[in-house]
Write a protein that binds this ligand. Structure first.
Ligand SMILES: [Zn+2]
Length: 542
């Protein structure tokens, strides 16, 4: 139903620590196990995950988790999305996802949605799906205290994996729904994205495979064309089932073996090519408007070859990145606390982009009529980090806060929601990201964070805040179209910030103790017991 472009262009939320994932039950001795200090080792997999692959290539990830109780999250992930469509299929990965709700072998026509709704599962809110470039994901949260309903939930997943009916009458009915979705999108953001993403994707295959597709294909494709896509790509070696919840894992593993072992791989399976976005080593510019866009927003996006999290070294680097994001985030929060901040909102961070790329970004939501001022203010902050780096005291605070959050996550691990685990396992299946679990991550951070130096964080800034592969995207209300700056004007803003006299950031918060001199210890001069509440009041001589 949804189209997910994965990469959140409008990153208005200040970056938070990358600890939302994790959550592992490991034997207690795991806590004292030494983490190797120098050589990179492959990260272990959380021992609480039951994972396996059937002989047909179908993968599964199962975990017991009782937050919330009596419920489970069922996710079917497929490593196939719009990027695999041929010219005649543009838009059909997403169309196929819709068709999964319009009849399957065991739930013909709209019986699936009706059945689930009768069981209290809301279409859209609970039962949902999304299509992106490289993946299609179906989700079904389901009660586990009704064995029949749970069994049917697994059956629905099995039907989606390979038994969608693709009834031609239902397809005809769905064309209008999808064309309407294409026309309206999910609002201004999506309409504008459809205009500027091809540029951000450097005219690679991604530029021509926006999941919504083309009118021509959506109106005219025939049954054979969509069936071909389904047969080619909905196959066990590209699929995984994730089940996290209040379940008996052994029993669920058996159910998966019983239900999914008969999935067929095509006789001559097509190669699942991994596409990439080549870096062009040039800078690009685009401005787009939409009648429903309330503000003027400018984004600076500097693309880089991506990073992954598979080894201990990768994990340490991802912590350095978190510390960087936290420190730059704090500087922007400080700016926002000024009496008259130069923008409505400003931020900057380093994160993942798409197709294996990373991006260093800066975003400004400008005050009305003050795009230049806001843009320059965000750029100045970025330039300051690039020129002078961060201070030792900023780093110490960031480390402390990182470790505190890690500790909190570790202490609260029994309250981690099933939904969080599912997101982590999705990344493991789709992107090969390691999932070592919270015990490991907590121990790792305690051992490794203290040794991270300010130079390492500053090097990251120097590597990512470069002047090539930089895209500028301006999004604005339609009525402002005439007053928007051209590429040349924006370039002159950038040039002026680069040559500007910027002074280094001064950390106003010190690590000095609150009171610098030691207080002279006093004596207890009076002692009074307050009756009834068990409190003793002491009065000291000083
Ligand atoms: Zn849709």
């Amino acid at each position: 139903m949804n189209i997910k472009l994965k990469y959140l262009v409008l990153n208005l939320v200040l970056p938070s620590l990358l600890i939302a994932s994790c959550g592992v039950k490991k034997p207690a001795e795991g806590l004292t196990a030494p983490v190797p200090a120098t050589t990179a080792e492959t990260l272990p997999i959380d021992t609480a995950i039951i994972t396996g692959k059937l002989s047909n290539g179908f993968s599964y990830y199962i975990r017991k988790n009782t937050e919330p109780k009596n419920r489970a999250q069922l996710y079917l992930a497929i490593k196939a999305g719009s990027i695999l469509e041929n010219e005649e299929q543009r838009g059909l990965a997403h169309f196929m996802e819709h068709m999964s709700f319009n009849g399957t072998r065991n739930f013909p026509k709209n019986e699936l949605v009706n059945y689930l709704q009768k069981s209290g599962i809301r279409f859209g809110a609970d039962l949902n799906a999304y299509t992106s470039f490289d993946e299609t994901v179906y989700q079904l949260p389901i009660p586990t205290d009704d064995p029949e309903l749970f069994k049917n939930g697994i059956q629905i997943m099995r039907d989606w994996a390979q038994d969608a009916s693709l009834d031609s009458l239902e397809i005809e009915k769905e064309r209008g729904v999808i064309l309407e979705e294409k026309r309206l999108g999910k609002g201004a953001q999506e309409r504008m994205q459809n205009k500027y993403l091809p540029l951000l994707f450097n005219n690679s295959r991604y530029s021509d495979r926006l999941p919504i597709g083309t009118d021509e294909v959506l109106k005219g494709f025939n049954l054979k064309t969509i069936k071909q896509f389904y047969q080619d790509w909905y196959r066990p070696d590209l699929q995984a089932l994730i089940v996290v919840g209040d379940i008996d894992v052994k029993q669920v593993e058996q159910m998966i073996k019983d239900k999914f072992s008969d999935l067929k791989t095509p006789v001559n399976p097509k190669e699942r090519t991994e596409y990439s976005i080549p870096l062009l080593n040039k800078n690009q510019f685009i401005s787009v408007t939409d009648k429903e866009m309330p503000y003027t927003v400018a984004q600076i996006l500097i693309k880089h070859p991506g990073t992954e999290i598979k080894t201990t070294e990768d994990m340490r680097n991802s912590i350095i990145r978190s510390l960087y994001n936290q420190m730059i985030g704090s500087r922007f929060s400080e700016l926002m606390k000024q009496a008259n901040p130069p923008f409505l909102q400003g931020s900057s961070s380093i994160g993942g982009f798409l197709a294996g790329l990373d991006v260093a970004s800066g975003v400004v939501v400008a005050k009305p009529g003050e795009l230049e001022k806001g843009f320059k203010a965000v750029l100045s902050e970025i330039e300051k980090v690039k020129r002078f780096g961060f201070t030792q005291t900023e780093l110490e605070r960031a480390k402390q806060s990182y470790l505190t959050s890690m500790e909190a996550a570790f202490n609260e691990k029994d309250k981690t929601s099933s939904q969080n685990y599912v997101q982590e396992y999705l990344r493991m299946f789709l992107e090969g990201e390691a999932s070592p679990g919270i015990d490991y991550e907590y121990n790792f951070s305690k051992t490794r964070v203290p040794g991270i130096t300010v130079n390492e964080v500053n090097d990251l800034a120097k590597r990512y805040l470069t002047d090539t592969n930089r895209d500028i995207v301006i999004m604005a209300p339609e009525k402002e179209a005439a007053s928007l700056p051209s590429e040349a004007v924006v370039n002159s803003w950038i040039q002026s910030v680069k040559t500007e006299n910027i002074s280094a950031y001064e950390d106003q918060v010190t690590n000095e103790p609150l009171i610098s001199e030691k207080l002279t210890p006093g004596k207890v001069v009076a002692e009074k017991t307050l009756d009834g509440i068990g409190v003793t009041e002491l009065t000291l001589s000083n």
